[in-house]
Write a protein that binds this ligand. Structure first.
Ligand code: PEP
Length: 257
């Protein structure tokens, strides 16, 4: 685990216009810029319309904050009204993009084949996909969370090469814990994250599995992050609600201290 740098990514969802985005990133940078936040990679995922503003800030002031988008088109170009391509995100300097967030799966009917196409579209432009996986409440109640989440992993990684998989970030996000205040226990998170790592070892190699960062997401806050980070196979967090307030997010990035 020590070789994997912790990653905390803030998924802003449908919040913050470009003006508000600038204010939030400035606050984050100010609070984090006292030298010791090198231990954790901090990433923000604003709406598309705020990316240019975030890029300008991060580049202009050489901020140690990474950024990316919340979605990418599976298509490269063409008659796809409303879509944003991987090339467009790369041009804006995005390092990361979410793929398969449960809200995209639920409200935009993204299935494993679409998620796979998006993962490959990101890799094609050297953008690291943060591949989101996780079970709903019914599956959890049936005790099928591991099988369900591994099947999603298999589907999303079809035709993804080992070289690409080494750069992949996986986010285990049980749907019942997203935005509900219902956080999985650290042991719940560890169970599925360990199973995901073992499967990466089978799909690719144990070395690759050891390099891949696996995050937990679902109602992570500054007061529960420490227990989650203490788990051997959890390398960080994907954070929604708690990433919208600078003070709370900074506390979270410092693992609650
Ligand atoms: C998310 O959007 O990925 C998420 C985990 O949201 P929240 O932290 O609000 O549960």
């Amino acid at each position: 685990k020590t070789a994997r740098k912790p990653l905390i990514a803030g998924n802003w969802k449908l919040h913050n216009n470009h003006f508000e985005a600038i204010a939030l990133v400035q606050k984050l940078a100010f609070a984090l810029n006292d030298g010791d936040f090198d231990a954790v990679e901090v990433v923000v995922l604003p709406p598309f319309t705020s990316l240019r503003s975030v890029q300008t800030l991060v580049d202009g002031d050489k901020l140690k904050i990474g950024y990316g988008a919340q979605d990418v088109s599976q298509h490269e170009k063409g008659a796809y009204t409303g879509e944003i391509s991987g090339a467009m995100l790369a041009k804006l300097g995005c390092s990361y993009v979410l793929a398969g967030h449960s809200e995209r799966r639920q409200y935009h009917n993204e299935d494993d084949a679409v998620v796979n196409a998006k993962v490959r579209a990101a890799f094609a432009r050297d953008i690291t996909p943060i591949l989101c996986l996780g079970e709903g409440l019914e599956v959890r109640k049936a005790g099928e969370q591991v099988a369900h989440t591994l099947a999603q992993l298999d589907g999303a990684l079809k035709d993804v090469t080992e070289e690409q998989a080494r750069r992949l970030v996986v986010a285990y996000e049980p749907v019942w814990a997203i935005g509900t205040g219902e956080v999985a226990t650290p042991a719940d998170a560890q169970e599925v994250c360990a199973a995901l790592r073992a499967r990466l070892g089978e799909l690719y190699s144990p070395e690759t599995a050891q390099e891949t960062r696996i995050l937990y997401g679902g109602s992570v806050k500054s007061d529960n992050i420490a227990g989650i980070m203490a788990q051997g196979d959890v390398d960080g967090a994907l954070v929604g609600g708690a990433s919208l307030k600078a003070e709370e997010f900074v506390k979270l990035v410092r693992f609650g201290e």
